[in-house]
Design a protein around this ligand. Structure first.
Ligand code: ZN
Length: 130
């Protein structure tokens, strides 16, 4: 367990959470619970990985509402310096780490819908060397 002294600073955490709460507004009563739950993740993974997870999830077109913490965890990158890989047998991304949510197609008006992808969230996909 991390000691209180080793906790990362709160400034970056608050900035990240403000970005997400601006992006996906929640009912007033939910904010405090969300801040607490995500804080645990922040303390666990550290500010750099947390920040990158926030950047990544905010670019995902699939997330329309404030994400549950379990979904957010899928966007946190593996620790730097650790060997990690995607499962090539993964039925959702076939080892690419990306899942297609919208295929590219031609719309009735003749313009193209861009292909949209999101990080693979299959629980057995990301392998990290201990
Ligand atoms: Zn996968």
């Amino acid at each position: 367990m991390a000691t209180r002294e080793s906790r990362p600073s709160t400034a970056l955490y608050e900035k990240c959470m403000k970005k997400m709460l601006d992006n996906w507004p929640v009912e007033a009563g939910r904010t405090e619970g969300i801040l607490e739950t995500f804080r645990e993740v922040y303390d666990e993974v550290g500010e750099d990985r947390f920040r990158r997870g926030v950047q990544d999830i905010m670019q995902s077109s699939e997330i329309k509402f404030f994400p549950p913490v379990a979904v957010f965890r899928g966007y946190i990158p593996a620790p730097i310096g650790r060997t990690w890989w995607r499962n090539p047998e993964c039925p959702d991304c076939f080892g690419t780490g990306w899942q297609e949510v919208t295929p590219q197609f031609r719309k009735p008006d003749g313009t193209w819908q861009d292909r949209e992808v999101t990080r693979c969230r299959n629980a057995n996909c990301l392998k990290v060397e201990a």
